[in-house]
Write a protein that binds this ligand. Structure first.
Ligand SMILES: Cc1cc2nc3c(=O)[nH]c(=O)nc-3n(C[C@H](O)[C@H](O)[C@H](O)COP(=O)(O)OP(=O)(O)OC[C@H]3O[C@@H](n4cnc5c(N)ncnc54)[C@H](O)[C@@H]3O)c2cc1C
Length: 355
């Protein structure tokens, strides 16, 4: 999945930003991109895409223009496949499919066109840097939760970690923000707000599997990330060189190969990714170190999906990537949802104070 973090305020030292490019070593067919090509800069990008015919370039340019003119809107029940049905096969397989799987964790046939277009809008019309890929230089704990806890403590909050909330009964005398995954939110609200709970419970989820692979020597890549050819037999879309991202000796030669929208069991995926590392990255001696399969990595942002609202009931709002909003299951969606939940509670407070 692409890191999709518009305006989240990364510190320069904690993440690196790079223009994503398709690897010319792994994509040795006719459709390589220039290494400086911003992925989403469709207006200029496809004109730089080596090997695309003029029909491909005209077609994606025309679609991008139409999306802009329509203010990036699509009917709620439309899929990405329907939205892009007139695009040539090369554009679909090299641009739209990887983008859709990365951002929505679903194939174009399964994914909501409306949500996909919102991702395109933020990337195409979001200003400088909007289509850059951000990769953390540090582990995700220090980047996100540890930093948040630090800020909260500095601002006078009590932070209790390792507490699994079993019931909301004891909390609802004060305003509560329910910030947990959909299935937990559904469980915690089942008795107090059954309709909201049922909607959260009804969401389905898709998996992301990360296979850590060890090469028999340090990698000599120019970039810490490679985009790969992906299909049913080669499930990983991206390979990350952990040696470049975490320059400790034990990480040299370690790759994280990420299979978004993965559908096979752990063993099958591991074997397929290992074959992919050998065939596409030339790592003949590579071995699998560890496979992490997140079965509920992202809620399925399908056409017409009904997401629960942030407002649950008096004194209780919910936030999370699955709450009704314009984004797919992303950090950006979760952050925006958190901000919205706080705004709702603040408005309620202000209303109470006025009354
Ligand atoms: C492998 C993987 C790769 C991803 N890559 C990207 C990416 O590149 N870019 C991107 O934008 N997004 C990515 N995502 C998605 C992103 O991680 C999520 O969209 C985001 O973390 C959702 O945030 P959230 O706050 O809604 O939920 P979470 O991050 O799931 O946080 C919910 C928290 O609630 C806690 N909790 C659950 N139940 C309870 C309870 N009963 N009591 C107390 N606490 C509880 C959990 O422990 C958890 O800490 C990825 C996800 C996965 C799994």
């Amino acid at each position: 999945m692409l890191v999709f973090t518009k305006g989240l305020g990364f510190e320069d030292t904690s993440s690196c930003s790079l223009k994503l490019w398709w690897s010319s070593t792994t994509r040795n067919d006719e459709a390589d991109f220039d290494s400086s090509l911003p992925l989403f800069d469709i207006a200029s990008g496809p004109s730089l895409a080596k090997g695309w015919g003029w029909r491909d370039k005209l077609s994606i340019g025309g679609h991008a223009l139409r999306w802009r003119l329509n203010r990036f809107q699509a009917p709620p029940d439309m899929s990405v496949a329907m939205l892009c049905r007139d695009l040539p096969a090369a554009v679909m397989s090299l641009l739209i499919e990887p983008l859709c799987i990365s951002a929505l964790n679903l194939t174009p046939a399964q994914a909501s066109a409306q949500v996909f277009l919102r991702v395109m809008q933020d990337s195409l019309a979001g200003g400088a840097g909007s289509s850059d890929m951000l990769i953390p230089r540090t582990d995700l704990s220090s980047l996100w939760p540890d930093a948040a806890v630090h800020w909260l403590v500095q601002h006078g909050a009590d932070v209790l970690t390792g507490c699994h909330v079993q019931s909301l009964d004891d909390y609802l005398t004060d305003p509560v923000v329910l910030a947990c995954p959909a299935w937990e939110a559904a469980r915690l609200t089942a008795d107090i707000e059954p309709t909201w709970s049922a909607q959260a419970h009804a969401l389905t989820h898709t998996a992301i599997t990360t296979v850590y692979v060890k090469a028999n020597q340090p990698l000599q890549w120019q970039s810490p990330v490679m985009a790969l050819h992906s299909d049913a037999h080669a499930p990983a879309q991206f390979a990350f060189d952990k040696g470049q991202l975490t320059p400790s000796p034990e990480m040299q030669g370690v790759l994280a190969m990420v299979a978004s929208a993965s559908t096979h069991d752990r063993q099958t995926t591991t074997e397929a990714v290992l074959r992919q590392a050998k065939h596409q990255l030339g790592l003949g001696q590579a071995s699998a170190m560890l496979t992490v399969a997140e079965k509920r990595a992202a809620f399925a942002c399908e056409p017409g999906v009904r997401r629960p609202s942030a407002w649950v009931r008096q004194n209780l709002v919910a936030c999370g990537d699955y709450i009704d909003g314009p984004y797919p299951a992303t950090l950006e969606g979760a952050v925006q949802s958190g901000l919205h939940a706080v705004t709702l509670l603040s408005h309620k407070r202000m209303g109470e104070n006025k009354a």
